[in-house]
Unconditional design. Sequence first.
Length: 107
Amino acid sequence: MPYGLVVRFTARDAAAAAAFDQLATETLQGIQAEEPGTLVYVNHIPVDAPNARVFYELYEDRDAFLQHEEQPHTKRFLAEREQYLISTEVTFLNEVAGKRPASARES
């Protein structure tokens, strides 16, 4: 069953937000290259909060999420992100119903 989460990060200021974006971009390169079980990993800027970032992540299943957490690029992101942030809020999600690309495998 697909497994998702939404994470809201709030950066200290605009410069910290830009540095955080760079770190996230570098992390995304590893995700794209090494994580077939990561179906969606998107960084958003809320319209009314330029120093906030909202990540939406969708994994093939909980095991794919756990594999994501063990990747070197993810561990680097987790270790380095705090220097840019004043808060992090995580909401884990269990799918009820949805639509996803046909290429995403169903469990």
